[in-house]
Design a protein around this ligand. Structure first.
Ligand SMILES: [Zn+2]
Ligand SMILES: [Zn+2]
Length: 375
């Protein structure tokens, strides 16, 4: 009996020992694997970046190759809207009273000039490049004020980021915009946001000025009305009478072609959609500018705020100089330039060099006097 019991105990101990040895070996293998793959910069974001690297590569190449096509698309669509407005909307406006005609023509051309100017400035203005390897810049790298980009090995001042599409570091990078085939950075940010604002106003203006024509063409059988020479279209005439005060529009209405019908539907739907979509985007960018953030910083600032909140601390953005001042800095409204400077095309640069960030001269004076506390 005793030898049998001893045998059972011995075999159970041996099994435990084997299991323990196997576990130890597994721990060693796992530890070795971790040692081989360990990185102090390993985080969820880095892992996701690594996993999605091939996807980003495809998107980057797609955006880079199709960049000029996006620009041509913007130019083509804008030109088509302008041509349709001159061909079909303007003749209806010319039947208004003189003050209304002057107001319409002045508004339309003011918006068009600003849209074209700011679009081409946003496309062709360099957003600001990384720094050269001068002694002073290298000293700033040593002191930790600047960093070195791991991708293009250039000196990177604060707020600069590497654009994988342009393959370079950009000063105060906001984002790479395929619609302008350029990065939005320190030196063209003002043109980008002004283009967005004027484009929103322009498409809104076209939507409003073409609304009566759209109502006629969309809600009534325009083709039948044309065929019947306007004999059975009393509703149509009722609507068109709101478009033009005089009765001479009847002739044009009767001779309306299918192409006019398509053009009116196209221009109204395109402009109303762009107003909505671009309006949301522009509102978002205006909010970021008001808080002194770029699109990239919005992500990092949100993470920093969350991290500090857990420690009972409050995050303070060092580049936020107040809503008013943030806009003045972005739009370069310094040295006597007023807000009127942005109503007409102007090539003046933004405030600062995109490398170091200081309050506006007037505010600096006030802060020295202890009247302003900048966080
Ligand atoms: Zn870089
Ligand atoms: Zn870029």
């Amino acid at each position: 009996m005793v030898p049998i019991l001893r045998r059972i105990v011995t075999s159970s101990e041996a099994r435990e020992a084997r299991t323990s040895t196997a576990m130890q070996r597994l721990r060693v293998v796992l530890f070795s694997l971790r040692s081989l793959t360990f990185s102090s910069e390993t985080s969820r974001a880095v892992v996701l970046d690594t996993v999605f690297e091939p996807v980003f590569w495809v998107i980057d190449h797609f955006v880079r190759i199709l960049g000029p096509a996006f620009v041509l698309l913007v130019i083509g669509l804008t030109t088509s809207v302008v041509v349709i407005w001159y061909s079909f909307v303007l003749p209806a406006i010319l039947l208004y009273t003189t003050p209304w005609i002057v107001l319409h023509i002045a508004t339309a051309h003011w918006l068009l000039i600003n849209i074209v100017f700011h679009y081409f400035k946003a496309v062709f203005t360099s957003p600001g490049r990384a720094l050269q390897d001068s002694n002073s810049n290298l000293e700033n790298v040593k002191s930790g004020k600047y960093s070195i980009c791991k991708k293009c090995i250039q000196i990177k001042p604060p707020r600069s980021h590497h654009c994988s599409i342009c393959k370079r570091c950009v000063l105060k990078m906001d984002h790479h915009c395929p619609w302008i085939n350029n990065c939005v950075g320190h030196f063209n940010h003002q043109h980008f946001i002004l283009f967005c604002i004027f484009m929103c106003l322009g498409t809104l203006y076209v939507t409003v000025s073409a609304r009566n024509l759209f109502i006629m063409h969309f809600f009534h059988d325009w083709s039948r009305a044309s065929i019947n020479n306007g004999k059975n279209n009393s509703t149509l005439l009722h609507v068109s009478s709101r478009v033009k005060p005089a009765g001479s529009y009847r002739d044009k209405e009767e001779s309306a072609s299918k192409s006019e019908h398509r053009c009116i539907l196209f221009v109204f739907m395109l402009c109303s959609s762009v107003t909505l979509a671009l309006g949301i985007l522009t509102g978002w960018h205006c909010r970021l500018i008001s808080y002194g953030e770029t699109s990239i910083e919005w992500h990092s600032n949100r993470d920093d705020a969350k991290r500090l909140r857990k420690k009972g601390l409050i995050f303070s953005n060092p580049y936020n100089f107040g809503v008013w001042n943030n806009w003045k800095m972005l739009l370069g409204l310094v040295n006597g330039r007023s807000w009127l400077c942005i109503l007409l095309p102007s090539t003046h640069p933004p405030y600062g060099d995109g490398i170091s960030w200081h309050p506006l001269p007037n505010d600096l004076k006030k802060s020295r006097q202890g009247k302003l506390h900048i966080v």
